[in-house]
Design a protein around this ligand. Structure first.
Ligand code: AMP
Length: 445
């Protein structure tokens, strides 16, 4: 199906083709026409499904580039809110890329914290058509009288569940209070917990719901593995896997900024091109690490959950959960950095005796049933000292109690090792689709 039946102008259809989009993705098919009709939307689509263009294309049609005729200084027609600076830059780049072929070209501004506010204030002078912003800096700009939000006709929340949860709720509440009540609101996310859904409902008017996450043929092609390993052996195992399987680029998630620094440092000392990525780095450094990673100038990034959402690294083959994510939703976002735009990907989670109970909860919430595998030379020996350490009960009904590996688990791990040996002898090829349980060594890269 081409883009034109969705109601997009021929200029925007041409812009989509120029961006390499031959046909709309399912989320684009579901969202674009409804957005053009002025409806509110609640869209749940997995990351990598083309969500950004699903709102960027119709938004560019809805805003009328006003140029010198903007209704007043510092006015804005459409506001896209995102939770991180990296995502702000990325979303603005998509908008600017698609907009560049339009005549006249709509003005798109991007604002985020961690850098000087002055150039952003200057950039907003004379108004702008679309602002892409992180909430805190947007409010700073409002407080500096650099931007007025009461003309915003379309509000987009990208990674809406993150923006609606507690960390942003105060800022979001203030921003929404500044907007015109007669606006169109579009909420996009890969995950919507029940609480967030209820909050979203309060902000949307009779929304069209678009859900494409669960259609089997739209699931990203991500093979998932869980490897049992001792906590202290994780860095060596990571290095071993990267080298053994020749992973061209690896995004490694850890729990803290400190861990990001330490693990990246150890990998660097072992001869790998690794860099940390976390919120305490300067904005310049953060952008540079991401740019270098995207351009394959570095091969390993060790990141906190800062990099878990929305970040689009084309052809990223592997994501490793060195530390497990806090929740099943965070797991979804992290592994969604790979297997994007139809590419195959691999997500590997390291599970220690202490984190196994937590892993079982994530697995349960994800509907997975993975064999906890062992890699030769890295078979775990630890027993759980603090079986509930770091355990977050996500089940809402008591969850699974922390436990040491049972006899059954040990048997499963032994069976997995045996299967892995068979596989490495040439028994298996090809990466299975989610939610298959690949034997780790059988996953081909
Ligand atoms: P997103 O989910 O917005 O992060 O997009 C994931 C990737 O899909 C990006 O690299 C986009 O360039 C790509 N993409 C978006 N729409 C299409 C499309 N219609 N056809 C092919 N690729 C697309």
């Amino acid at each position: 199906m081409p883009f034109s039946p969705l109601g997009l102008s021929s200029a925007l259809c041409a812009a989509a083709h120029a961006a390499g989009f031959v046909a709309p993705t399912p989320v684009q098919e579901g969202a674009i026409a409804a957005i053009l009709q002025g409806r509110d939307l609640l869209v749940r689509a997995q990351t990598g499904s083309g969500k950004t263009a699903a709102f960027a294309l119709p938004l560019l049609q809805l805003v009328v580039p006003m140029g010198a005729a903007r209704s007043g200084p510092r006015r804005v027609q459409a506001l896209v809110l995102v939770p991180t600076r990296e995502l702000a830059v990325q979303v603005a780049d998509v908008l600017k890329g698609l907009a560049s072929a339009l005549v006249p070209v709509p003005k798109i501004s991007v604002v985020f914290g961690g850098v000087s506010i002055n150039p952003q204030m200057l950039g907003l002078r004379g108004g702008t058509d679309i602002v892409v912003a992180t909430p805190g800096r947007l409010l700073d700009l409002v407080d500096h009288n650099a931007v007025h939000l009461n003309d915003v006709r379309t509000l987009v929340l990208d990674e809406a569940d993150r923006l609606l949860d507690q960390g942003f709720s105060e800022e979001l509440g203030r921003i929404v209070g500044l907007l015109n009540t007669q606006r169109q609101s579009l909420f996009f996310s890969a995950t919507f917990g029940p609480q967030v859904s209820a909050l979203a409902q309060g902000l949307l008017r009779d929304p069209v719901r678009v859900e494409v996450a669960d259609a089997p043929d739209t699931l990203p092609d991500i093979a998932q593995s869980a490897i049992a390993v001792d906590t202290r052996a994780r860095t060596q195992l990571l290095r071993h896997l990267i080298q053994q399987y020749g992973w061209s680029r690896t995004l490694v998630f850890v729990a803290t900024k400190y861990a990001a620094e330490v693990v990246a440092d150890k990998l660097r000392r072992a001869g790998l091109d690794a860099e940390p990525l976390h919120g305490q780095l300067s904005q310049g450094k953060r952008s540079q690490v991401l740019d270098d990673f995207k351009a394959s100038r570095i091969t390993v990034v060790v990141a906190t959950d800062l990099a878990a959402r929305g970040i689009d690294v084309v052809d990223l083959p592997v994501v490793v959960n060195y530390d497990l994510p806090r929740s099943a939703d965070d797991y979804t976002h992290r592994i969604g950095r790979t297997g994007r735009a139809g590419q195959a990907g691999l997500a590997v989670s390291f599970v220690s005796a202490d984190t196994e109970a937590h892993w079982r909860l994530i697995e349960k919430r994800q509907g997975l049933d993975l064999v906890l595998e062992a890699v030769e030379g890295f078979e775990p020996t630890e027993v759980a000292a603090h079986p509930t350490h770091g355990l977050v009960d996500m089940s809402g009904n008591g969850g699974v109690k922390g436990k040491r590996p049972s006899k059954k688990d040990k048997l499963r791990a032994a069976a997995a090792s045996a299967a892995a040996v068979d596989a490495s002898a040439g028994a298996n090829t090809g990466a299975p689709r989610v939610p298959a349980s690949p034997s780790f060594k059988s996953t081909v890269f």
